[in-house]
Design a protein around this ligand. Structure first.
Ligand code: ADP
Ligand code: MG
Length: 298
């Protein structure tokens, strides 16, 4: 091992050239086609993209619910491509918490909020007293101490999603994945859900990856990666945060190891880009111009 080539802190989540082909009886759908993504430990970031761009496929792979067809996926010390079934079960139990969009899918309807947060701990072998104390602590952190003895149907959608976050973090996983967690909520309620996520991130350092098709999520996190056609396309990074004052986001195109990048759709349209372009270097930048698709016949 050459220590010089080892980065000092490798990303906590690292996806390289990931492909996922969903096979059905009639056809094969390529949901991920060479996706690259890195997430630092302790980050709260979002992945946005149109419906069908592969967001849920990616999140299910990170959750250990589905396996990629090819590529490399590492989370912490684990290689998600080479894990066997038992290792995947252990991974799902110890490493990740998951929040679904459908509020009803996250909670057991006949149990109170406190009991819902206790269940995964009891399953994991935690004693009742410890599980109860941790449930109340987590519910306080998501702002629901007063609703601990309420059942899901006695709570609003936003409150149920905050309980769902507490359930997902009951066994203290280092990674929280949320697939459109505020997709069924109005904006004000979504704000409360994000406040709960940020509180828990600050208290525990949990890494949070949120998937959304809602671009206003850029107001709620410090980094957003956009997906298009099964690949990451661009990244929006906030320059700095001053208390509650959030700075504007800076946009970057993502370049993969082969030098490929996606040109924003509106630029493609504006330039009238077809299948060919000329690319010329000028000092510190390149210029890209639309070229005719093929030589006109003489
Ligand atoms: P998103 O979450 O961004 O809407 P998905 O990851 O759900 O996107 O889907 C990406 C593509 O893969 C879509 O074309 C979708 O129809 C297809 N797909 C997703 N899951 C399956 C599956 N289990 N079987 C077949 N096709 C699937
Ligand atoms: Mg989806």
């Amino acid at each position: 091992m050459n220590p010089v080539t080892q980065p000092s802190t490798p990303p906590y989540v690292q996806c390289e050239d990931v492909f996922k082909i969903h096979k059905t009886q009639e056809l094969e759908v390529v949901a991920l086609r060479g996706l690259d993504l890195s997430v630092a430990s302790g980050e709260v970031m979002a992945i946005v993209g149109a419906s069908g761009s592969g967001k849920s496929t990616l999140l299910n792979i990170l959750a250990g619910l589905d396996q990629p067809s090819a590529g490399r996926v590492r989370v912490g010390q684990r290689d998600l491509l080479t894990m066997n079934d038992q290792e995947l079960v252990d991974y799902r139990r110890a490493e990740v918490g998951f929040v679904w969009q459908q509020t009803g899918r996250n909670l057991l309807p006949y149990l109170t909020a406190r009991e819902n947060v206790e269940v995964p701990q009891l399953v994991n072998g935690t004693d009742r007293r410890t599980a109860g104390a941790r449930a109340l602590e987590l519910l306080a952190q998501v702002g629901l101490a007063a609703k601990a003895e309420h059942r899901p149907n006695q709570m609003s959608g936003g409150e149920q999603q905050r309980v769902a976050i507490a359930v997902a973090l009951a066994n203290q996983p280092p990674l929280l994945l949320a697939d459109e967690p505020t997709g069924e909520l109005d904006s004000a309620t979504a704000t409360e859900v994000f406040a709960a996520l940020h509180t828990l991130n600050e208290a525990t350092g949990v890494t949070v990856v949120i998937v959304s098709h809602d671009r206003t999520i850029t107001e709620r996190v410090d980094r957003v990666v956009t997906m298009r056609d099964g690949r990451t396309a661009a990244e929006f990074v906030r320059r700095a945060t001053f208390g509650r004052e959030r700075m504007a986001m800076e946009e970057f195109a993502l370049v993969d190891r082969s030098g490929r990048l996606q040109i924003p759709r509106e630029y493609v349209d504006q330039l009238g880009l077809g299948t060919r372009a000329t690319v010329e270097i000028h000092g510190d930048h390149v210029e890209l111009r639309a070229a005719p698709d093929h030589e006109a016949a003489p």
